[in-house]
Design a protein around this ligand. Sequence first.
Ligand SMILES: Nc1ncnc2c1ncn2[C@@H]1O[C@H](COP(=O)(O)OP(=O)(O)O)[C@@H](O)[C@H]1O
Ligand SMILES: [Mg+2]
Length: 238
Amino acid sequence: MKKARYMAPILDIKELSKTFRIHRLERNIPACKDVSIRLDHGQFVGITGKSGSGKSTILKLVYRTYHPQTGSAVYDSKAFGPLNLLQADERRMIHLRRYEIGYVSQFLNVVPRTSALQIVETSALETGTAPEDAREKAEDMLRHFELDPELWDNYPQTFSGGEKLRLNIAKAMVKAPRLLLLDEPTASLDNHSKKKVAEVLMRLKEAGTTILGIFHDLDFMEGLCDLEYNIEAGKFTA
Ligand SMILES: Nc1ncnc2c1ncn2[C@@H]1O[C@H](COP(=O)(O)OP(=O)(O)O)[C@@H](O)[C@H]1O
Ligand SMILES: [Mg+2]
């Protein structure tokens, strides 16, 4: 009899809960409760649920933008082996954010006086792309997302919302991270730009990237995701 080879999941979120304390109101706001999501290597899982149900909180806990409360999120890292992201030290988190885990939201954190092209190029360099290739990779990404070449050398502070968003996505995708966290990255994009995002996501998935994403547009998500986790139901629903 052939023995099935057990492969550890790349990310195993178990019983994750988070409550915010609003001191001003002396109230506790539960943000997410007992969330368990298992992602196998190369899988694309979408999180669904009503607004305010805690979807973004899950990603922020995994990326450690928020401090954890209870539960665990064991990530099978390339650099350090399996480790609980909720407890990993800051030095390791910095390494993982730089080399292994990408995060894209609707918002762009812009570095002052850095051009759009420099932002994407720096992102490619950070993951170890050779300097002679980084520029070309960055240009390819910006071209793919159809950011007007006139804008490449501009600072993105003055970009429109859609331009910022496309730049933000290009910046994260150029790294081809092992694990990609997406928080409604397509929220304010038109259909054509959404298609561009879908194309790159498919490419990344084929190259082995595991994706945990939240999408505003369920139709968009259904064409891409392998599984759907509904936060209110507390389980995979499709
Ligand atoms: N930093 C924060 N401080 C206080 N409350 C927060 C914070 N972040 C999220 N929340 C609250 O937690 C709940 C879940 O928020 P969120 O994860 O953003 O939901 P979703 O992404 O599903 O819309 C909401 O009630 C929200 O107000
Ligand atoms: Mg959200």
